[in-house]
Design a protein around this ligand. Structure first.
Ligand SMILES: [Zn+2]
Length: 434
């Protein structure tokens, strides 16, 4: 199939904005990016769809999600001031109240929300990774689904690692060209050091991408640096021995092989200059989740320092249980405002580059079209400023993943959203009863 999408603006991201621009798509690939006149002259036989006062940009990338937790949106508001209680209620809901089919519905609803917001690729960490992978496949969303691993007790490390290997094998059997498998040791307070080492080695040998929560909360910092705080107390109550390394999270992950996998690390709030340099040297990527961090009261990650010191940063919504939306344009706006509130200068163009990739000939046709015609957006003097500071995912009118239109005219084209909505209502009624 061939199509030309044209609009008032095309943002290649890796090149300056093109006024009256167009993108030509052939099958799963981008065949050309340029001015409308140039693209139509190059492909004279192709049909042209014009979006008028809109911007075409590369699909947005959400580098940290837990789509399986979408049914928990708004479910944990009363626990948010107490991270330990928050994690406990979330874990109970996931493990005791939700069936595998509920989790699949929850993840699919989350994937609908993502494509509706122009997101074409997610890095999704999941305890029920196969359900999340099926959700991505059903919606036509691309990404990596990272099977989570837990186990703070070193006596159970081998057993827990073997369980992970079985789940990853199953996940890999269901990979597609768009959806790949990865591994995620959850966090240093839920995974003991020997298990971290086994998972790191496995990820390297099997060429599996690795994601992990890192340097997120005060409780985590207290545990790793001083062996005290609520996580330390929780482990002690369960008679789990945990040797305090007396290091920062990042140095702990370096010591136990995680950084050698060039991991994707979510949050990275509590990092000093040495940690930031370590992240760059090891080519770790940071999933910056400013809204979730703020909502849970964890603090602010040093975004401007990451950018200055050339650490690769993407934006993540985290789960909607702590956000409460999966919307990377909103996240980009919030990230920029928050950095500036702290006295750092982060530009709209720089944050856009963190939120997406680039539109260029030959690459996979992942793109989003965002209307710039709303009352809340006009007048517009600069398309990037309007996109970042006056738009949200709700202004998206078309989302294309690998050449396939998965969201158009207010509808996700790949699933029956009304049937999903009915199932989600059943699930939320069940969760509400507790
Ligand atoms: Zn997370």
């Amino acid at each position: 199939m061939t199509t030309i999408y044209s609009a008032r603006w095309v943002l290649p991201v890796s090149a300056p904005p093109i006024e009256l621009g167009a993108v030509a798509v052939e099958g799963q690939r981008i065949a050309g990016v340029g001015s409308h006149a140039e693209i139509v002259a190059r492909f004279p036989e192709w049909s042209v769809e014009s979006f008028g006062e809109a911007v075409i940009l590369p699909g947005l990338i959400n580098t940290h999600t837990h789509l399986e937790l979408t049914a928990l949106r708004g479910y944990l508001e009363n626990e948010e001031r107490d991270f330990f209680a928050w994690l406990r209620k979330l874990t109970r809901a996931r493990l005791e109240l939700l069936t595998p089919d509920d989790i699949r519905v929850s993840a699919t609803w989350g994937a609908c929300e993502a494509v509706r917001a122009g997101i074409t690729y997610v890095d999704d960490a999941s305890d029920s990774a196969l359900m999340s992978m099926m959700a991505l496949r059903d919606i036509g969303l691309g990404g990596v689904v990272y099977q989570e691993s837990f186990g703070p007790d070193a006596r159970l490390a081998v057993e827990n690692f073997e369980k992970l290997k079985i789940k990853v094998e199953e996940l890999r059997a269901n990979e597609t060209t768009l959806v790949r498998a990865g591994v995620s040791p959850h966090a240093l307070y839920t995974v003991c050091a020997p298990q971290l080492e086994m998972i790191a080695k496995f990820a390297l040998e099997e060429k599996l991408p690795l994601m992990m929560h890192a340097a997120e909360s005060e409780a985590e910092e207290q545990l790793v640096r001083e062996g005290c705080g609520v996580f330390a107390e929780g482990l002690a109550r369960r008679s789990i021995e945990w040797k305090t390394p007396g290091l920062s999270t990042i140095q702990h992950l370096k010591r136990h092989g995680i950084l050698a996998t060039r991991p994707l690390l979510a949050h990275c709030i509590r990092v000093d200059n040495d940690d930031i340099d370590t992240l760059r040297i090891y080519e770790a990527r940071v999933a910056h989740c400013p809204k979730s961090n703020a909502k849970l009261g964890h603090g602010r990650a040093p975004l401007a320092k990451f950018l200055e010191r050339r650490v690769t940063v993407g934006l993540g919504s985290d789960s909607v249980a702590s956000n409460n939306t999966c919307d990377i344009l909103e996240e980009a706006r919030f990230a920029t405002l928050l950095a500036r509130a702290g006295g750092s200068d982060v530009s709209a163009a720089r944050i856009l580059a963190a939120a997406t990739s680039e539109l260029k000939e030959g690459s996979q046709a992942d793109l989003a079209v965002v209307s710039l015609a709303g009352v809340h957006q006009l007048p517009s003097y600069d398309p990037i400023a309007t996109l970042i500071f006056a738009s949200s995912g709700r202004d998206v009118i078309l989302t294309v993943v690998a050449g396939r239109e998965v969201y158009r005219d207010g509808r996700v084209t790949t699933v029956d959203e009304e049937r999903l909505r009915a199932r989600l209502n059943e699930i939320s009624e069940k969760l509400g009863r507790g």
